[in-house]
Design a protein around this ligand. Structure first.
Ligand SMILES: *Cc1c(COP(=O)(O)O)cnc(C)c1O
Length: 384
C-alpha cells in the first residue's frame, strides 16, 4: 500500500531523543524545548516562538490571549480541517463560515462583502447587525501549503480592528510571492500564526505545535498560559486560569531533528509534485491542482481535481486506487455542514461544495520513491 502521507524520521531525531531520555528531561521543561523554539523562530526570521502540545492547542491559546470569548464572531473558512473551528468553540465564540477560492483558500472578497452588508462599524468596534455581537477575529487557513491573500486580509483587519490568527499548520516554509508581504513566510504576517507538527505535517514531533508572533509579550503570555499560568513555582501561585499545553522535551528533540531537514523536505515535496504534474498533464478527466504561488509554496499536500463535478466519480476513483494499493481520500467535509456547526451562519459556499465533490488528496510523503509516484500517476491515468 502506498500511504497518503507518512512521516520521514531518518535524521538526528533518534540521537536527540536518546539524549533527552538519558538526561531524564522528558517532560515540559528542558533544553530542547527552548532550542527548538529558538531555531524555529530563526527559520521564520522572527524573534521568538512558543512551543505547545498541538496546533489545536496553539490556536486555542491565541484565541484566549487575544480575548476572543463568549458570543464573539470569528470569521473562518468552511473548507479546512475542523481544528480551528473547534478552537473557536472552546472559547464559546461563534464561527461565521466563508467560501473558498479556486486555490482552496478563504474568499476574502466574500468576507469584505459580509462586513459591508451584514455588519456595522462604529469607528471602534465591528458588530454583526443581526446578532449585535462583535466580530473580533479572522482565522485564515493556508490550505495544503497555498497562502491566503494576506495583503487583503491585513487590510480588512486594519480597517475593522480584527485580530488575525493565521492557521499556518499546513504551510511551514511557504512564502508570499507578491505585494506588501512578498518574501514573508506564512504565519508571520498576522497578529499570531500557528504551526502543527502532527504526524502528517511537513515536519513532525509526533504531536505538537508552535505559535509565532512579532509581539514578544503576547508570546510570553501564551507560554505562561500553556504552563498552567504558574507565577510561583515554589509556592504554586497561579493568577490566571492556565492550560497544560506546553510541549515536552522529547517532542522538541524530535522537532529539532526534523527542522534540520525542512529545506530538504520542501525540495522533495516540490520534486514529486512536478513529476505528478508532468505525468498527469494529458489526463482527460482531471488535473493536479496547481499552487498559485509556485515555487514559494511548501507543496505539503497534493490534490487531484476532476474536471467534472461528480461525487460518484470521485468515490469510484478513490475505490479504484485503493484496489491498486494506493491510499487517497476526499478533501475535508465542509465545516458549516458538520453536526456541531450547522446551526451557525454560513455564506453561500458553492465553490467549496464544488471543490469537495471534485477533489482527492493523493500520496505526498517525502519518502515516496520515483517508482511509486509513477505508479500512482499511471493508476490515475488508467481509471475509466
Ligand atoms: C493539522 C491541522 C491543525 C491541527 O493541528 P494538530 O497539531 O493536529 O492539533 C489545524 N488546522 C489545520 C488546517 C490542520 O491541517
Amino acid at each position: 500500500m502506498i500511504p497518503l502521507s507518512i512521516p520521514n524520521i531518518s535524521g538526528n531525531e533518534e540521537q536527540y531523543v536518546l539524549e533527552a531520555l538519558r538526561s531524564q528531561w522528558v517532560s515540559t521543561a528542558g533544553g530542547y524545548i527552548v532550542e527548538f523554539e529558538k531555531k524555529f523562530a530563526n527559520y521564520l526570521e522572527l524573534e521568538g516562538a512558543c512551543a505547545c502540545q498541538s496546533g489545536t492547542a496553539g490556536l486555542h491559546l491565541c484565541l484566549e490571549h487575544f480575548g476572543i470569548g463568549e458570543g464573539d464572531r470569528v470569521i473562518v473558512p468552511t473548507l479546512t480541517f475542523i481544528a480551528p473551528i473547534n478552537a473557536v468553540r472552546y472559547q464559546k465564540a461563534v464561527p461565521v463560515f466563508f467560501d473558498c477560492l479556486e486555490n482552496f483558500c478563504i474568499d476574502v472578497r466574500q468576507v469584505e462583502e459580509y462586513i459591508e452588508t451584514q455588519c456595522i462599524w462604529d469607528g471602534q468596534e465591528l458588530k454583526e447587525k443581526e446578532s449585535g455581537s462583535r466580530v473580533k477575529a479572522i482565522i485564515p487557513v493556508h490550505v495544503f501549503g497555498e497562502p491566503c491573500d494576506m495583503e487583503m486580509i491585513m487590510d480588512i483587519a486594519d480597517r475593522y480592528r480584527l485580530i488575525v490568527i493565521e492557521d499556518a499548520t499546513e504551510s511551514l516554509g511557504t512564502r508570499l510571492d507578491k505585494g506588501k508581504y512578498k518574501g514573508k513566510y506564512t504565519g508571520t504576517i498576522g497578529h499570531a500564526g500557528v504551526f502543527s507538527f502532527n504526524g502528517n505535517k511537513i515536519i513532525t514531533t509526533g504531536g505538537g505545535g508552535m505559535i509565532v508572533s512579532k509581539n514578544q509579550e503576547a508570546l510570553e503570555h501564551m507560554r505562561y498560559l500553556s504552563q498552567q499560568a504558574k507565577d510561583n513555582m515554589m509556592y504554586f501561585i497561579h493568577n490566571e486560569v492556565g492550560y497544560n499545553y506546553r510541549m515536552t522535551n522529547l517532542q522538541a528533540a524530535v522537532g529539532l531533528g526534523q527542522l534540520e531537514r525542512i529545506d530538504e523536505f520542501i525540495n522533495i515535496k516540490q520534486k514529486w509534485f512536478k513529476l505528478y504534474e508532468k505525468l498527469l498533464e494529458n489526463c482527460p478527466w482531471g488535473m493536479i491542482q496547481k499552487f498559485e504561488v509556485g515555487e514559494n509554496a511548501n507543496h505539503w499536500f497534493y490534490s487531484f481535481k476532476l474536471y467534472k463535478e461528480s461525487e460518484e466519480t470521485r468515490d469510484r476513483l478513490i475505490k479504484y486506487l485503493e484496489e491498486q494499493g494506493i491510499q487517497t481520500r476526499p478533501i475535508w467535509h465542509l465545516n458549516h455542514l458538520q453536526k456541531p456547526y450547522k446551526q451557525f451562519k454560513a455564506m453561500p459556499c458553492h465553490k467549496a461544495e464544488n471543490a469537495l465533490k471534485r477533489t482527492i488528496n493523493i500520496p505526498c510523503s517525502t519518502n515516496l520513491t520515483e517508482e511509486e509516484v509513477r505508479r500512482v500517476a499511471f493508476a490515475i491515468s488508467s481509471f475509466r
